[in-house]
Design a protein around this ligand. Structure first.
Ligand code: NAD
Ligand SMILES: O=C(O)C(=O)C[C@@H](O)[C@H](O)[C@H](O)COP(=O)(O)O
Ligand code: ZN
Length: 385
């Protein structure tokens, strides 16, 4: 990017990670206090100075004004639409309502939608951008750790269906991602932990030295150390950008980013995408389950499992299924959700399993009985609390 604004003395230098996708390549900017200068950054990548912001109520209350002020300073005309927080907004209903609300403002095709929020706002806005007028420009300003390290990058956009998670969607890349680490200062600890699960995912699936770094610095990431957070976000998005550049549409290596998700999405479905278990928590538990599955086949050692579980305890990630009023966890119910997953191939479930910490592979060669045994193990272990 050119004309990068001057950085304040105390502000760590920003990092730029490029997602290389030919004429759809784009930058991910990782740094502090980026929202204040969003206007000048957007000017570099957009032709028109009219934008539509989509955000949720919580983020609007905390950060919308800063973005609007920055857009005003750069002479942008802007409109904002605010959805309710939570997976309920990743639905056909809010998608349909927002499409019409935005169309009522008569946007030109080459105007831009801005997703200001977590993964829910990002996935929804991206899907609107992919389909409104057959494709409008879109910029991601992720405001959660999870969305900064994962959902804002790589172009998976979409909404949920009663049949399952992310079943309606499109691959559609943003023009720019602004990952402003300073915005994480207002994020509740529970959401930091949820996002950390996806950070840890990159280490487990492909980067043992990053896992060692997290063992040393994970608590600093949790506790709000700016340099540690920038390093964790930068390392994560570099890993994701590299994978997406090789396999944008998930015909190969990109499937590894689903580590923990076959289990995790089933857990989310079982709580009906309610707030009792958010995506990152499902992924945290799902990765432990995937490790247990890997250990049962002898692919990894129980020492590896214990090393990772000990890192979970050190950083406060979920290790047990939460007790939820009115819900009894049943392995068979979870298994039946898994068969709705879009990665089911000719009736076979797909899992990402580990061969070592930092080395994952995709497999469909898993017996249903093994999956049920892993689920039962976690259900029993959690019931002992
Ligand atoms: N597209 C992808 O590649 C991809 C990758 C991973 C996850 N996802 C999706 O992302 C979603 C989860 O995203 P998420 O974890 O960001 O959840 P989220 O969008 O629900 O945000 C979490 C909560 O934090 C609040 N919040 C957001 N930013 C805040 C801030 N700076 N300060 C205070 N509160 C803030 C939100 O209002 C919300 O209540 C799931 O739907 C998941 O399926 C998509
Ligand atoms: O970007 C990807 O590819 C991922 O798989 C990232 C995941 O963290 C994310 O949750 C994704 O939405 C899950 O994939 P899906 O195809 O099952 O929706
Ligand atoms: Zn995920």
């Amino acid at each position: 990017m050119q004309n990068r604004p001057q950085e304040a003395a105390q502000t760590p230098p920003e990092r730029i990670v490029r997602v290389e996708l030919g004429d759809r390549s784009y930058d991910i900017v990782v740094g502090a206090n980026l929202l204040e200068t969003a206007g000048v950054r957007l000017e570099q990548v957009l032709k028109r100075k009219r934008v539509t912001i989509i955000t949720d109520e919580t983020v609007a209350r905390l950060h919308l004004e800063t973005l609007q002020h920055s857009l005003d300073q750069s002479g942008f005309e802007h409109t904002a639409f605010i959805v309710k927080p939570g997976e309920g907004s990743k639905s056909l209903e809010s998608y349909g309502a927002l499409m019409n609300d935005i169309l009522a403002t008569n946007p030109a095709r080459d105007e831009c939608l801005i997703a200001l929020g977590g993964g829910i706002v990002g996935d929804l806005t991206g899907f609107i951008a992919a389909t409104l007028k057959r494709g409008m420009n879109f910029v991601q300003i992720p405001t959660t750790l999870l969305s900064q390290v994962d959902s804002s990058v790589g172009g998976k956009t979409g909404i949920n269906s009663p049949y399952g998670k992310n079943l309606i969607g499109a691959f559609y890349q943003p023009k720019l991602v602004l990952a402003d680490i300073s915005l994480l200062a207002t994020l509740p600890a529970r959401e930091i932990r949820a996002g950390y699960a996806e950070v840890l995912k990159y280490a487990l699936l492909g980067d043992f030295s990053f896992f060692e770094w997290l063992e040393k610095h994970g608590s600093a990431v949790m506790d709000g150390d700016l340099e540690a957070r920038i390093h964790a976000v930068e390392t994560s998005v570099r890993a994701k950008a590299d994978i997406v550049a090789q396999d944008e549409r998930e015909s190969g290596v990109r499937a590894l980013l689903n580590l923990g998700h076959t289990f995790g999405h089933a857990l989310e479905a079982e709580v009906k995408y309610g707030p009792e278990l958010v995506h990152g928590e499902g992924v945290a538990l799902g990765m432990l389950m995937a490790m247990e599955l890997s250990a049962r086949s002898g692919a990894i050692t129980t020492q590896d499992c214990e090393r990772v579980a000990s890192h979970y305890r050190a950083t406060g990630l979920l290790t047990d299924l939460p007790a939820i009023e009115g819900l009894t966890w049943e392995a068979r119910n979870l298994l039946s959700h898994m068969y709705q997953d879009k990665k089911v191939d000719q009736g076979n479930l797909t899992f990402i399993v580990l061969q070592a910490i930092g080395n994952a592979i995709r497999t469909q060669n898993v017996q249903e009985q093994e999956v049920l045994a892993v689920l039962d193990h976690f259900i029993q272990q959690s019931g002992k609390e």
